[in-house]
Design a protein around this ligand. Structure first.
Ligand SMILES: Nc1ncnc2c1ncn2[C@@H]1O[C@H](COP(=O)(O)OP(=O)(O)OP(=O)(O)O)[C@@H](O)[C@H]1O
Ligand SMILES: [Mg+2]
Length: 267
């Protein structure tokens, strides 16, 4: 690769809205389109690590992602920690990550550690997709600072509006603190049940609030959950699923956002 990887973090402080699902499937769709992609599991829960079928990585002995994030001298160990999945490379989380938030708070440049870490590997990839934990804490701030581009999943419920407001307030504060700018790549409304009216209301609200941002609609599908239980993306598990098109659209729009749409001719 001749240029550093484009980076996107999947962020939403609400739990269980589909961050991990969107991160894995977007990474897989990018990879399927010929883009070398690294999935980073920044969540101490390790769901992405488990959902790509690497539960043993979560139990690995040090050095782990924890050491790379909290000890500058161990940062270069990141290249040994990355594992290969058939659909993408993975920087797995680890049980040690449950202690990372307070540890990061103590460190100098606490919000910049992921950025410094990714500098070691970014030349090997076209895209880096970061799955965030469900809190607006230090880890999510590290992801926002390192990626500067956000993809936001949300459920089609009225409480999601409040979640958006809190998230945008948080991003705005971070932009001011660090003097950076953070762009929305798009919003994925997830687990849509077309029988419920709320879903369309939510989509309308998002499209009104963010007219220039792509809004994708992901339906409730048992195969999405089953694919993750099988340790792979929906695209690998059931290429016939109607939702594969949505994940491919997300990947296409991500690429377009970075102005590389011309490499997407065959998607
Ligand atoms: N569209 C969908 N259809 C069916 N199941 C889904 C869909 N999206 C997500 N799921 C399932 O919902 C659960 C929560 O999804 P996911 O883990 O992606 O959310 P999350 O936002 O990452 O959660 P957390 O906040 O805990 O990190 C998972 O079991 C996942 O398989
Ligand atoms: Mg998750």
């Amino acid at each position: 690769m001749d240029s550093p990887a484009n980076r996107v973090c999947v962020v939403q402080q609400k739990g269980g809205v589909g961050k991990t699902t969107v991160a894995i499937n977007t990474a897989a769709a990018l990879n399927a389109a010929g883009q070398d992609t690294l999935l980073v599991d920044l969540d101490p829960q390790g769901n992405a690590t488990e959902d790509v079928g690497m539960p043993e990585a979560y139990e690995d002995e040090p050095p782990t992602l924890f050491d790379c994030l909290t000890d500058a001298e161990q940062r270069d160990a990141v290249t040994d920690i990355i594992r290969e999945h058939e659909e993408m490379d993975v920087l797995p989380s680890n049980i040690d990550m449950t202690a990372v938030e307070p540890e990061l708070t103590l460190s100098r440049r606490s919000g910049e550690q992921l950025n410094l870490l990714l500098e070691y590997v970014e030349d090997d990839y076209d895209y880096i997709i970061v799955d965030c934990p469900p809190q607006l804490g230090n880890l999510t701030d590290n992801a926002l600072f390192a990626c500067r581009h956000v993809l936001i999943p949300a459920l089609a419920e009225s409480t999601s509006k409040r979640a958006f407001e809190l998230l945008y307030d948080h991003i705005g504060a971070l932009e001011t603190d660090y003097e950076i700018s953070i762009e929305e790549v798009g919003v994925a409304i997830n687990r849509i049940d077309v029988r419920k009216k709320q879903a369309q209301e939510m989509v309308d609200w998002i499209e009104d609030a963010y007219p220039d941002t792509p809004v994708w609609r992901i339906r409730e599908r048992a195969d999405i959950q089953k694919s993750l239980e099988a340790g792979e993306s929906l695209l690998a598990y059931n290429p016939e699923s109607d939702m594969c098109d949505v994940f491919e659209a997300i990947a296409t729009d991500v690429a377009a956002h970075f102005d590389e749409a011309e490499v997407w001719g065959d998607v």
